[in-house]
Ligand binder design. Sequence first.
Ligand SMILES: *Cc1c(COP(=O)(O)O)cnc(C)c1O
Length: 358
Amino acid sequence: MNIPVELTKQPKTLPPAKEFGFGRFFSDHMAIVEYSKDGAGPSRSWKNPKVTPYAPIPLDPGAAVLHYGQELFEGLKAYRGDDGKVRLFRPEMNWKRMQAGAARICMQAPPLELFIEMLKSFCRVEDRWIPKEPKCAFYLRPTLIATEAFLGVRPSNDYLFYVIGSPVGSYYGEGSDTVKIKVETEFVRAAPGGIGAAKTGGNYAASLRAALEAKQEGFAQVLWLDTTKKHIEEVGTMNVFFKMNGKIVTPSLDGTILPGVTRDSVLRLLEEMGTPAEERPISLEEILTASHNGKLEEVFGTGTAASISPVDSLGINGERVRVGEGKTGPVASELLKRLTDIQYGRSEDTFGWTLAIG
Ligand SMILES: *Cc1c(COP(=O)(O)O)cnc(C)c1O
């Protein structure tokens, strides 16, 4: 597959790495492809993939995405290794998740080959945007939107898929090694039978209020509970792991939790380390009891943006729940090292997770 490229005539100035933050700057180009009619008949296909200068997208004000939220997004990073090579981390997992999300909210998603080719072509064009600085990466945001202008409630017939990119530093900024998390006891993120497992904007709209209130109270994110308020689900934009009573546990995927690529990778790394995690329902009660008995050793979030994010304490209804010694624990450090060593090409990729971009 050969994706045509139209280069920008106005390349931007690269921001210095210390100003990257997360998602503040966009690169010079975008990759884009449309799913639309083939001609006079009703048949449709993906056509005209291209890499073009980064620019606003013309969208009919009646487009379905703007009214009924038919939208999916993905998030993955291109890492520049110490050897100068650029690698994507498990991009086929992002494709798989987009397919699953598309099936749930009745969208058409691009086939695997197209998805991967667009990422690769885009990264090749944006080479100068892929940072060389340690801990930095080029965050890729594949996005799928419903574009048909029609106000009846039914799945759109037309779609647009595009990839944009942003050079990023560490998600929570410099110096903040561990984060404080608020156990959210009022709002819920997702319900059984709903769309919690789909990476769709609506889930984030539903989460903003709780996240904002948590931030005002001095927390980095919220820990979501299930609709019964008894079980742990996930943390804001991350999946969550606990080490308590000597065992590592994470909530099982029950349809309300986002199936993270980092979560899956961490499960496999833990197996490799000889300390496999249990995937099972985890009650809040259990966490509180473990903390009370001094047996809540570690809590950490996992996600592409922040990688492994150690939690130093949980806040619940104004009370503080201590986690271990309030600093990064040995399991979180070991996982962070193993994961980033693979991503940055520092260790052998025995799992076959990375895709080098030639
Ligand atoms: C994207 C996301 C995650 C993490 O998934 P990764 O594939 O590991 O980046 C976790 N929870 C939510 C709600 C997410 O949107």
